[in-house]
Every structure is written in C-alpha cells, then in structure tokens.
Design a protein around this ligand. Sequence first.
Ligand code: F0G
Length: 460
Amino acid sequence: MKNIKQSWAEPYKIKMVELLKMTTPAQRKKAMQDAGYNTFLLKSEDVYIDLLTDSGTSAMSDRQWAGMMLGDEAYAGSRNFYHLEQVVQDVYGYKYLIPTHQGRGAENILSKILIKKGDIIPGNMYFTTTRLHQELAGGKFEDIIIDEAHDSESEFPFKGNVDLDKLERLIKKHGAAKIPYVSMATSVNMAGGQPISMKNLKALRAMTKKHGIRVIHDMTRVAENAYFIQQREKGYENKTIKEIVHEINSYTDGATMSAKKDALVNIGGFLAVNDWDIFEEARNMVVVYEGLHTYGGLAGRDMEAMAIGIGESVSDEHIKARVGQVIYLGEKMLEYDVPIVKPIGGHGIFVDAKKFLPHIPQDNYPAQTLAAEIYLDSGVRTMERGVVSAGRKANGENYYPKLELVRFTIPRRVYTQAHMDVIAESAGRVYQRRAKIKGMKMVYEPKYLRFFQAQFEKLK
Ligand code: F0G
C-alpha cells in the first residue's frame, strides 16, 4: 500500500470574502507606467493577488472582530491596554509594555533612549526602518549575521544566526561601552525569513552578558521562527510554539514589535522591556511621539484585536498552516526552475533576481525590474528587496547588498492554495522569457527609505 502523506490545512473556514478586480495586460501596462515601475506606487485596486507585504494585511478572526466591539476608547487607562499588557506578559514574558502605532514607532523610542552618537549597533542583518532609526539616533549598524545568510543557495537551517566571532571582533575593536545593545531579529526578514537557532541565541546571551551588553529582540515574526526551531532543532520537537517563543524572549532584555505581522492585526506595535529605567524613559518619550502610554497611537479596539491576535499567533495549528502555505508556494516555484532563497523561509518566497536576470547589473535594478514584470504578467504585486531597499550610506554612497531579491510575501489567512498555483505559474512564465527583459534607471529618488516612493524608467 502507498504511504499517504498528511497535508497541512487551514485551521479555520471562510466566513466573508472580498471580491478582487481582474485586469487586462493593457490595464496593467498603464498602471505600472503610472506607478513609475514601483509596485509601492500601484493602486491596490489594480492588484489581483497582493504579495507586497505580510504587514497589516492579515485576515482577522471572528474573535478579533468581536473584540473590536469591546474597544474602550478612553483617553487614559483603557481596559484594552490592561488586557494587552497581561497578554504580552503571559505570552511573551516581557515585564513592561509601551504600545506604539507600529514597529517603527517602538524603534524610534528605543533608539533615542539607548543610542549615543558614535555608538555601534551589531545586528543579524539590517532591516530598513530599524537601521535608519539607529542611524538617526547617531549610531552605526554593523552586520554580524553568519556568511551563509548572504548566500541564497546555502541550505543551512538557521541562516538567521549571529556570527559570534564577528561580534567578538567588534567588541575588541570598539569596546563594550560603545555597544548599547545587539539588535537581534527572529525570522530575519531581509535574509528571506530565516530563523535563528535557540543554541545560537543562548550563546549570544552568554557572550553579551559577559560584556554587559543588552540584547534587544525584533520580535516581529517570532512565532514563525519558533516553528522552525520546533521542526529543526534537537530537543524542541515536543515543545509548543508558545513555550519556544517564551524561551527565545527569556534570552533577551526587551523587544520591538510590529504586531502587523505575527500578531494578526492591521495596525499596531509595541516596545516591551524588562528594565524599569528604560521603561520609565520610554513612557516619558511615548507621549511626545505616539500618544499617552496607555494607548501609544492606537484605538482601544486596536489594542483588543492585538491582544486576541497574539494568542492566536502562537497556536501550533495556525503556524503550521501559515508556514505550510509558504513552503507549498516555494516548492511550486522550484518545479518551474525559478531560483529562490533556500531553505524556504517563514513569511514569503524570496526570488533571487541576480540569478533570474543575470544579464542586468545591480545598478539597473534587477529585483525592481522583476517585480514590475511579475505584475505585468499576472497582476501579482511583489516587492523589491535589493539595492533600492538598501539605500545609501550616511556618506551618500549606495549600499550594494549581496542579496538582490524579489519578495513574494504571503499575508496570513488571506489567500488559498489555488492562488499559490497562479502565483508560481506567473513566476515560471516570466522566467521562461527572462532573456528578453531589460533593466531600468531611477528617475526619482527620495531622501529616506527610497524604495517606498522611488520612480523608474525602462531602459530601451
Ligand atoms: N522589523 C521588521 C523585521 C519588519 O519586517 C518591519 C516591517 C519592521 C520592523 C517595522 O515595522 O512596519 O510596523 O513600522 N516590515 C514590513 C515589511 C514593512 O513589509 O516587511 P512597522
């Protein structure tokens, strides 16, 4: 008898649908030209399947929607804040909570508190907003992720790991006093949603403790990282996602969170710390930039939806189906020979544009070009994560990241397996005609986070 495999499937059913507009090739061509070949500048109604980001794009559950009706919209002391505080303490294990409107609000406050001019902030690969806030506060980011993370072909199971030798060298060179904290992300976004192992994190904790350096956790996608630890790391196969998340956080001193990802809400975030002094300063500062410390730029109903979403996000069934769908899409793309970052990560498929379009030099934006071509082919919207996203250094020079990627980011609980098929087929079709695709030049470049609003023209 044949051994029949046990497939993953969604632990929910669909109660409401949102109708999508189907477009013609001519409509897409016009829309892409009007958007200056930047998928961020497309109108969402011109998009069929939206894989721009998994940020704020999840479908909330009936329980979260019911929670929205329990919003206590008091200016101060909303009951939803206390619910959220209790959930953050229970699920994540951090002591003090400062809500913010989204992740970068927390990054701003944290960077302003901890970073002094001339400080060095080592991290396991940069994230756009995180690094910018570090730089705006006077710090310099130093990448200490393992080399494998920069190699799209390496199948190393924990490509989010910190290279402790790189960290040791930085400490020797600058002195621990110049390093306010290590910026450690779970499910490293720019590396392709790659996890850090518990073993590496424990070793990072031991080394930083010795030198009196904090570890601050970008926990935006911590549950997805926990899933890979459960699947790949010895000793964790029988632990729940919630237990693993708790253990990860226990090796860190505080966290910034964009709740728009893991936590299944359309808006929201927070800063969470264990240190009373930092908390006190953050609570002072949040009123300047976000709002009172019991709402931080959020409505009461937003905090309630977040509190409920955090609970759902650490369910083993949820995370298995969530990552299962991403892996399904990646394996389909591999069937069509599309070069993707391996192993497949937690929140999307990252197509290697350098391998896909080897004839286009990085200065002509292969990933930006490929994202435009995918949209033209099928109305699927993706995002550049390469030289445009990397931006410029403080001295004006371009950063040239090794990874030049197009991210097909999967919103949580939104699309079906049939959508995944359509996406993979589109990537396969564009791959078949790749030799005919030409690069682009940038014709408008904003000063900060240029990828959001830059505009391009096709090379003739
Ligand atoms: N950290 C990580 C790892 C992120 O992926 C993001 C956002 C942030 C911080 C900032 O949070 O958007 O709530 O202010 N990532 C989105 C993305 C924008 O598409 O990957 P935010």
